[in-house]
Unconditional design. Sequence first.
Length: 332
Amino acid sequence: MRDGEIATPAVEVRSSPIEGLGLFAARAFHPGERLHHVNVVREVTPEAPLRPELGERADHCDYPDGRVVLIGAPDRHVNHSCDPSAYVSYEEDACYLVARRAIPAGAEITCDYSINVTGGSAWPCHCGAARCRGTVVGDCFQLPPDIQREYRPLLAQWFVRRHAAQLGPRLEIWSGGQTGVDRSALDVALELGLPLGGWVPRGRLAEDGVVPSRYESLREADSPDYAERTRLNVRDADATLVLAMGAATGGTAFTLEEARRVGRPVLEIDLSAESTSEAAVRVRAWLESLVATRSFVRLNVAGPRASQAPGVYARARQTLRDALAAYAARTP
Ligand SMILES: [Zn+2]
């Protein structure tokens, strides 16, 4: 910014239809964009308690990693919603409000008060969201299971560390359900007790008929087109692993292209050029770098179908079993 220029604030405080004052977007934000650097005034300790005479209140506090911190304006005005437009991302020594979806200019910025919290008090909710639960539970483990699953990637690293046993695996395996590499990933996930996810074509199409029902958590896309579900898997997962046999071609090449286009982390391994244990070492190192910066990773695994790469299922399965064993929820 040049001298004399006035910064346009990204957020503003005004009266809210949810309750009292709220925080609003002064411009449009895209999903994943930082909205605001949260104003942490100070840490509240026995030596430096809240000073009610100065308007400092317990409901303006946040509780990161067992500490108590006082949140200042404008962030203390963020209202709760059961379908929040934003969440708080804790990074090193700072925290940010981050858009959970596209937020148009003028829309209220909301967070779900039940994220990163256990044992808090409950109170009635009037947030007005279509999926309002009627109560702010103040405990993320009391949320309905589907909501817990949806919020899993939003949890802070410190919260995951403190509640690792209760939260379970930090990895979810995604694929498009095709024969070959896709199925090897799903089978390893089932074997290790890791959750499965991902999009399959409408009608659960695959080259051997339909995607078997044991992969029940895979969702059907609106289109029967393989490319469309590839696009959705790359978009909705956090990172993509491509296991090829030789140079990537066809759908495998399209997956790589798509991951690079949308800017997701991607690792390509040629299983015909190295041993499965060498490949596993590389996958493991790459995964470690991913989980170091995320509380939860949806890993999309893609590669050739069985008819295009004979033997790929067995090699991919061995590689993934070695690479993912450290994240297993149970011993195979
Ligand atoms: Zn609500």
